[in-house]
Design a protein around this ligand. Structure first.
Ligand code: DHB
Ligand code: FE
Length: 280
């Protein structure tokens, strides 16, 4: 049977994609950021999963104001890197796992989650930058990916509690897939940042670290953080962190932390990541 073996929460900062693509990851600015991912990159190398369910948000690359799916699952065979204004990133295409994705889609829909099924889309920095952070610059990504896109751009966006419940349903779906597969689930986005308006540049080290604590120690509080708290404390784009709750909800009640890193600043954000294993 398929099994969720670990979860990763991580920022998905577009500038880090540029740093990787331009080979700048060791300079004074980027060095400490990439150093923080070193343990995790090694861990991924030593025990790579077969598939990553990669929860991320599209930033008006595949979707626009014409269609705004709350939760969309990629059931295609492959996905191309999106052109976000500077041409597509020079990274490999992302290979999907259509059988697993269709199985998850069916299980989620029969479990009362009304997923949008996507067979064709380009994937932007929300998906490709975490792949670069975890796997560097391979000729081919070493894992298959089931993209799961969440609307956190246009309100109304889903609540943290709904995201958590979706994570739990994803775990049920994976566990009922008959093939032996090692599956990781990643939740990306955040941490605190606001890209526009009078509060542009807002960062909140204390709140971000409290959020990382809650993922381990008080999951009931984590899943019930209201939208207004993300907005007030972490800026308008901090709401991306609800996607970490899909990852965390899929891991069960108790987790063991394997790694945690936090660094300020990175581009316009605080960058953080956490690696968790189910411990039930
Ligand atoms: C930045 C961070 C993001 O998560 C994003 O989606 C876009 C921009 C930034 O720091 O510039
Ligand atoms: Fe983002």
């Amino acid at each position: 049977m398929a099994k969720i073996v670990a979860g990763v929460g991580s920022s998905h900062v577009p500038l880090l994609g540029v740093a990787v693509d331009q080979g700048k990851w060791q300079d004074d600015y980027f060095g400490p950021i990439f150093q923080g991912y070193e343990w995790t990159r090694q861990w991924e190398k030593e025990s790579p999963p077969d598939v990553v369910i990669l929860v991320y948000n599209d930033h008006a690359s595949a979707f626009d104001a014409n269609i705004i799916p709350t939760f969309a699952i990629g059931c295609g065979e492959r996905y191309k890197p999106a052109d976000e204004g500077w041409g597509p990133r020079p990274v490999p295409d992302v290979e999907g796992h259509a059988d697993l994705a269709w199985h998850i889609a069916q299980s989620l829909i029969l479990d009362d989650f009304d997923m949008t099924i996507i067979n064709e889309m380009d994937v932007d920095h929300g998906l490709t930058v975490p792949l670069s952070m975890m796997f560097g610059q391979p000729d081919k990504w070493p894992v298959k990916v089931v993209p799961l896109a969440v609307n956190v751009v246009t309100y109304p966006v889903p609540s943290g509690n709904r995201c958590w419940a979706l994570g739990e349903a994803i775990a049920r779906a994976v566990e009922s897939f008959p093939e032996d597969l090692k599956v990781q689930i990643w939740g990306t986005g955040g941490m605190s940042h606001q890209l526009q308006g009078p509060r542009a540049g807002l960062l909140n080290r204390e709140w971000d670290n409290k959020f990382l604590d809650l993922l381990e120690s008080d999951t009931d509080a984590a899943r019930h953080i209201p939208h207004i708290e993300y907005l007030r404390e972490t800026g308008s784009e901090g709401i991306e962190m609800v996607m970490w709750l899909i990852m965390r909800g899929a891991l069960g009640k108790r987790v063991k932390r394997l790694n945690r890193h936090y660094h300020i600043p990175c581009s316009n954000t605080a960058i953080g990541h956490i690696v968790l294993e189910p411990a039930d």
